[in-house]
Design a protein around this ligand. Structure first.
Ligand code: GDP
Length: 302
């Protein structure tokens, strides 16, 4: 329901083609596809994906495979669904068998990292896991306080920096060591997110990743990038850059309950081949849901 209401704008943009499809006939094809192209662009699908979708529909119409407006609509939904499904990568968390599993949460400030970490902790704890949090955003003092609130809210333990200006990698390393010694199932690591163009942040993230694998070879099991679902196509360069430097294994799309921009999600998943693992649909403990591509498609098309 929250996803559905968050995508109302995208749905409205795309609904303009419904009437055209209702009265579609073959002679109308170019006009309908031009309108569809426009609607997809306005909905942040980006030029590359838009052309891919429109041209594949045109081919199927010309080949006589799609014979009615409703068949075109179904083919459109199916093509978006296919674009959202990454081959060979799983949408469920891959935590491996070694304990503790380590999950790093990365992304630019304000996207919803700390909140998502808190909601994920709640979810994992509810499933019976013993969860430890690491306050690795040592750059922003408020982030640590915020994570401590989430620790209290979810009943999870937390490792915070012992001194001011501590290195993020050292806090994370300490947390993973404690996780190992004290039999935790999962260590969730928050990280800093000052401007993604700031090179030292990327160096810091690499150092954090190395600190984890030094304690547990093969970890982190997941590096999840949080992307603000209301930022539109800006998501794409952000995801590309983080992925190149630290290697992203999954995405968390937040604020899909707000005025989310659906199309760019399709672009990010398709271009980078990284699966969306969770979506954030609010600020409460229960507001993190596993990604469901079908529900997503049904929320953007009426
Ligand atoms: P960080 O800087 O990346 O750690 O971002 P925060 O976790 O501090 O989140 C920034 C703001 O976005 C906060 O006010 C959060 O409550 C809010 N927020 C995070 N996720 C969601 C979401 O899924 N829905 C809504 N509506 N707000 C969210």
């Amino acid at each position: 329901e929250k996803l559905f209401s968050g995508f109302s704008k995208t749905r409205d943009n795309l609904a303009v083609i419904d009437e055209l499809l209702l009265y579609w006939n073959l002679a109308d094809t170019d006009r309908v596809l031009d309108e569809l192209e426009e609607a997809l662009l306005v909905s942040d699908f980006g030029p590359k994906i838009t052309i891919k979708i429109v041209e594949s529909l045109r081919e199927d119409i010309v080949a006589g495979k799609l014979k009615s407006g409703s068949e075109i609509k179904e083919a459109l939904k199916k093509s978006v669904l296919d674009l959202l499904t990454t081959k060979g990568s799983k949408t469920e968390l891959q935590l491996g068998y070694r304990k503790p599993a380590v999950v790093m949460i990365v992304g630019v400030n304000g996207g919803g990292k700390t909140t998502s970490l808190g909601k994920l902790a709640y979810r994992l704890k509810k499933e019976g896991a013993k969860v430890l949090m690491a306050a690795g955003d040592t750059f922003r003092a408020a982030a640590c306080d915020q994570l401590e609130i989430w620790a209290g809210r979810t009943g999870c333990e937390i490792v915070v920096a012992e001194k001011e200006k501590a290195k993020a990698a050292s806090v994370i390393s300490q947390a993973v060591k404690r996780g190992k010694e004290q039999g935790y199932d999962i260590v969730l690591c928050d990280t800093s997110g000052r401007l993604h163009t700031n090179y030292s942040l990327m160096e810091e993230l690499i150092a954090c990743k190395k600190a984890v694998s030094k304690v547990i070879p093969g970890a982190p099991n997941e590096i999840l990038q949080v992307l603000d679902g209301t930022t539109g196509l800006n998501m794409l360069p952000q995801a590309r850059e983080f992925n190149e430097i630290v290697g992203i294994t999954g995405l968390i799309l937040t604020k899909l309950d707000g005025s989310a921009r659906g199309g760019c999600v399709v672009s990010v998943v398709n271009e980078l081949g990284i699966p969306v693992k969770f979506v954030g649909v609010g600020e409460g403990v229960e507001d993190l849901q596993p990604f469901d591509a079908e529900a997503f498609v049904n929320a953007i098309f009426s």
